[in-house]
Design a binder for this molecule. Structure first.
Ligand SMILES: [Zn+2]
Length: 114
């Protein structure tokens, strides 16, 4: 993601500030909503931290510590939402590709193939 979006997430969600977001800006809103929803489960006591955020086989993957079932359930929901959201721009998209996969809208799929 671009530095501006990175900075917004680091500032709003300090438990993300040690990582690099390994995905494109179209998923910014997904991450913003996801982190907002898991915030109540993050405390100084449990030393909650996001370990990694990346795109894998076209889908968003978010890894956190410690393991909290409620948080994992929330992450599952947003990982599924990512499968219908263009990673480049955030509008509706679908999983495309053969050897490498990405979720893209029609316009970004065309650009990606060039
Ligand atoms: Zn797009």
């Amino acid at each position: 993601m671009n530095r501006l979006n990175d900075g917004i997430l680091y500032e709003k969600y300090p438990f993300t500030d040690s990582i690099y977001f390994e995905c494109d800006d179209g998923w910014f809103r997904i991450l913003d909503n996801l982190f907002n929803e898991i915030s109540p489960y993050t405390t100084e006591d449990n030393e909650f931290i996001v370990l990694q955020v990346k795109e894998k086989y076209g889908q968003l993957r978010v890894y956190v510590s410690p393991y909290i079932q409620e948080v994992e359930d929330i992450i599952d929901v947003y990982e599924k939402i990512s499968l219908g959201t263009c990673e480049a721009c955030g509008i509706e998209g679908k999983l495309v590709g053969k050897n490498h996969f990405k979720v893209l809208c029609k316009e970004h799929e065309t650009q990606w193939k060039l």
